[in-house]
Design a protein around this ligand. Structure first.
Ligand code: SAM
Length: 203
């Protein structure tokens, strides 16, 4: 039987990571702080140590291809906090996350509350399954988890107040803009001249 995680230690490590991100200026909004203090992200990565699950600045790699390239991960809390701050999400918002694994969708669900809607989509069924299991286990059952190539967004649940892209992109497909409401935000890590930076665009 798998060893059960020490929940007190998990809570302590989670709070330490959030404290570090506040000190580093990555978390400024109280709602994002509350969400990141609440979501038990270690349950999404039972194969990782609690220390790795709560490392503020490192991702947990969850999948590699046959050449050892990383093809899926739970993003580092620092990256997630930065993107959540950029997305400026509030209660009642309709949000699309592109690229899933669970923890970030749970943060989004906390931010939109019961009157909002979160849809998270992945091209690969394995991260989608991980997200589904995690979101069910942690009670975020209202999140829509979908397997699809989101290069053309996801028209099904549009229009969105925000689209948060959690996979690197070289370009912005027109569908991502078309599926935003007026004043909606697109947050996307763009590779420009070999450097990836996360940008926020307002429609
Ligand atoms: C960094 S991981 C997502 C992390 C997740 N947001 C979290 O909770 O931390 C990026 C994911 O994007 C997915 N992905 C890559 N290309 C995609 C596409 N065209 N459409 C949807 N998902 C895609 C990958 O399969 C991978 O699981």
């Amino acid at each position: 039987m798998a060893e059960q995680p020490d929940e007190n230690q998990a809570t302590e490590l989670r709070n330490t990571a959030v404290d570090q991100l506040k000190e580093g200026g990555w978390i400024t909004s109280p709602a994002i702080e509350a969400a990141m203090r609440k979501v038990p992200r270690h349950l999404a990565v039972p194969e990782a140590s609690l220390e790795d699950a709560y490392s503020a600045y490192n991702a947990v790699i969850t999948q590699e291809d046959e050449h050892g390239n990383h093809i899926s991960s739970v993003s580092a809390p620092q990256i997630q906090a930065m993107q959540l701050e950029q997305a400026d999400i509030g209660p009642g918002d309709n949000v699309l996350e592109i690229g899933t694994n669970g923890p970030n969708a749970a943060y989004l669900a906390e931010l939109v509350g019961h009157t909002g809607q979160v849809t998270t989509v992945d091209i690969d069924p394995a991260p989608a399954d991980r997200a589904k299991r995690f979101l069910t286990e942690t009670g975020y059952t209202d999140v829509n988890v979908i397997v699809a190539d989101a290069e053309n967004g996801l028209a099904e649940h549009a229009p969105y107040d925000a689209i948060v892209v959690t996979v690197g992109a070289w370009d912005i497909p027109p569908a991502w803009i078309d599926q935003l409401k007026d004043d909606g935000r697109l947050v996307v890590p763009l590779r420009i001249n070999g450097l990836t930076r996360t940008y926020a665009f307002i429609r």
